[in-house]
Write a protein that binds this ligand. Structure first.
Ligand SMILES: Cc1cc2nc3c(=O)[nH]c(=O)nc-3n(C[C@H](O)[C@H](O)[C@H](O)COP(=O)(O)OP(=O)(O)OC[C@H]3O[C@@H](n4cnc5c(N)ncnc54)[C@H](O)[C@@H]3O)c2cc1C
Length: 427
């Protein structure tokens, strides 16, 4: 099995064996047609199959081709904006529901890994690392906020304590989330796809949805076939393009880049990250990193608004890595790749329904490994007629980016520049 359709990432190079999947040819009929085989689509399909639905998944390229097969692999609880932003946006009842769901995605992943025997190097423990007293105050507030929603797995780390989990002198402290953690993201997606197939679900690869015919029984067209369904779930996220123009207007694809070193010696790996936790810093444009199962450092950061692929990824990310770990100056970079996530103006997920039967979830704006798994559960609940939690997400308000299609990219870059300047100045 080759992985030629994937970017040249460490994940593609270390992917588990997976079956070759067919291209859709001719006509198919199903209960639910899911567009996109990233975590959102796969999670939805799996929950639906577990409840007896007939499900067909259409993937433009290959399972996990998008962000789900390229990300930092960090299981981060809550959303890209925290629950306090949700509380300021929707009613108390809906904020309570969304707040309680902020910690569910990690549990779903662990349950799936155990139930379907998915080999994806799951490890517990994630650290938020602070550079400034302001960021430490923010972490303390975050701990109080999460505790209000019953989450008791956070531990604040002072300057000494953080040096016991990460060998970097730049941090003044941080916070450990004991139920954070990390995974090989592509292998999680591939394992979920095989779980779908074990329950009778069908996944077509190299079968992009090119047109949706809306109506009582919507039809999804691909270059060589079409699927007639009772319901559609659209889960193409940053790779969807303009398939549903209503969604494209209020979201913006953004790129972020990842590099991977050659395998480190056991001693070097243990020295850098003694507990094998993953780490993300508290800056607005944050760096994130962790060890792989074979002791490489996987280091990501940077945002390219509008998702144009940078020419030299190593030149962007390696200096960030060396700022954190100067001790890696002689270590070779073996992989470098870029991936796209979908940004919304509020940085909260965009969830809803078009007409009676086209459901969507997208735009989790950076942190999506846990959210997408919750989204799958919530979309499946809605299709089963239990829409309370879906309605809570759908009530989050969304607005177009300032400047419209033409100016949204420079305006967002300017905004990010302002926030990162504040980070650098510690204000
Ligand atoms: C480099 C990078 C690092 C990240 N690191 C982290 C992290 O460490 N922790 C974290 O929580 N989040 C992280 N994220 C975000 C997280 O990966 C995403 O939020 C999440 O994977 C989104 O899943 P998804 O299923 O919604 O979208 P995707 O995984 O992008 O999947 C969408 C799929 O739909 C397919 N598709 C699109 N259009 C069509 C069509 N017309 N027809 C058929 N198929 C279609 C695509 O090919 C793709 O496979 C990162 C993102 C990136 C890019």
């Amino acid at each position: 099995m080759t992985n030629t359709a994937y970017p040249d990432s460490y994940y593609a190079a270390s992917a588990n064996r997976t079956p070759l999947r067919p291209v859709l040819e001719g006509e198919a009929e199903t209960d639910v047609c899911v567009v996109g085989a990233g975590y959102t689509g796969l999670s939805t399909a799996l929950f639906l199959l577990e409840h007896g639905f007939k499900v067909t998944v259409l993937e433009a390229v290959k399972v996990g081709f998008g962000a789900s097969g390229r990300n930092g692999g960090q299981i981060v609880n809550s959303y890209s904006r925290d629950i306090d932003a949700v509380e300021n946006s929707v009613s108390i009842e809906k904020a309570k529901l969304i707040g309680e769901m902020a910690f569910e995605g990690g549990r779903i992943i662990r349950d799936r890994v155990a139930r379907y025997g998915i080999q994806c190097d799951l490890k517990d423990g994630g650290v938020f690392a602070a550079f400034t007293p302001k960021q430490m105050n923010h972490l303390q507030a975050q701990q109080r906020l999460w505790e209000r929603y019953g989450y008791e797995h956070l531990e604040l780390l002072d300057g000494d304590a953080i040096r016991h989990v990460v060998a970097c002198d730049n941090y003044i402290g941080g916070m450990l989330d004991k139920q954070g953690g990390h995974i090989h993201p592509l292998n999680l997606a591939l394992g979920e796809a095989e779980a779908i197939e074990s329950l009778g679900g069908v996944i077509y690869e190299h079968s992009p949805a090119t047109r949706i015919e809306r109506g009582a029984n919507p039809i999804v067209h691909t270059p060589q076939g079409r699927v007639k369904a009772k319901f559609l779930v659209v889960a193409g996220n940053a790779y969807l393009g303009n398939l549903l123009p209503e969604l494209a207007a209020k979201s913006m694809p953004c790129g972020t880049q990842v590099i991977t070193t050659e395998p480190l010696s056991e001693e070097m790996a243990r020295n850098l990250l003694p507990q094998d936790y993953c780490v993300e810093d508290c800056n607005y444009l944050l760096d994130y990193y962790r060890l792989s199962a074979d002791k490489r450092l996987i280091y990501g950061g940077g945002v390219v608004y509008g998702a144009r692929d940078p020419a030299n990824i190593e030149a962007i990310i390696r200096p960030k890595m060396l700022k954190t770990f100067p001790q890696l100056k002689d270590v070779k970079i073996e992989y470098a790749w870029t991936g796209n996530f979908l940004l919304t103006l509020s940085r909260l997920p965009q969830v809803g329904r078009l007409g009676e039967n086209i459901y969507y979830s997208q735009g989790c704006s950076g942190h999506g490994v846990t959210y997408t798994h919750v989204a799958g559960k919530v979309l499946a609940e809605a299709l089963r007629g239990q829409a309370e939690r879906f309605d809570a997400f759908a009530s989050l308000p969304h607005y177009p980016f300032p400047g419209g299609q033409a100016l949204s990219v420079p305006f967002s870059a300017l905004g990010a520049w302002y926030y990162s300047l504040r980070d650098r100045l510690g204000i």
